[in-house]
Design a binder for this molecule. Structure first.
Ligand SMILES: [Zn+2]
Length: 181
């Protein structure tokens, strides 16, 4: 990321108390206070303050503090595991149903042209916090391939994280009564 992009996000990072600093990312070696995702897992019920949009028995969906797009969600097991094959059957099932519902909420809230769903497993694959498994779910639009990043070193992020939270929380399938989980 360019210096310009870093600067654009500095204020939001400060306000988003659960966001990881670069130092925290380096320290995120084990479960507990050292892992920002474990802290999020213990941060209580869904609220704009913690960015958690939905929380289940074993998994949860939370706004990415460093979004590539408005509405960028992370889906994680509550438990500190770094590999897919460490998930229990129940965790695997709920990780996927939470991913499905995250995609549905993003589609309902943002009406994107498409979605990216994926995971970076391991630092070599691009994971910022490889120690705690997480899936990315984010909206995409035709022609949004980082045009501003390419030309100006910034991404246009007009929506605050709390606005994103409100929109996604309201659009979550559970909230609208459709079958979920
Ligand atoms: Zn963790």
């Amino acid at each position: 990321m360019s210096d310009g992009l870093e600067q654009l996000w500095a204020g939001w990072r400060h306000r988003y108390v659960t966001g990881a600093t670069d130092a925290e990312r380096e320290q995120a070696g084990g479960p507990g206070d050292g892992c920002v995702f474990c802290r999020l897992a213990r941060s209580g019920p869904p609220a704009a303050e913690n960015g958690v949009v939905w929380r289940g028995e074993t998994c949860f969906s939370v706004l990415n503090a460093y979004p590539y797009a408005n509405g960028h969600l992370l889906v994680l097991p509550l438990r500190h595991v770094d590999r897919l094959d460490e998930l229990t059957a129940a965790e695997s099932a709920e990780l996927w149903s939470t991913t499905r519902d995250s995609a549905a909420a993003i589609e309902a809230a943002y009406r994107p042209d498409g979605l990216n769903v994926g995971a970076n497993l391991g630092r070599a694959a691009g994971a910022g916090i490889p120690q705690h498994l997480h899936l990315h779910v984010l909206p995409r639009w035709s022609g949004d391939t980082n045009f501003m990043t390419a030309v100006a070193g910034v991404r246009v992020m007009p929506q605050s994280l709390s606005d994103s939270w409100s929109q996604l929380h309201a659009a979550w399938p559970d909230a609208s009564g459709s079958p979920a989980r």
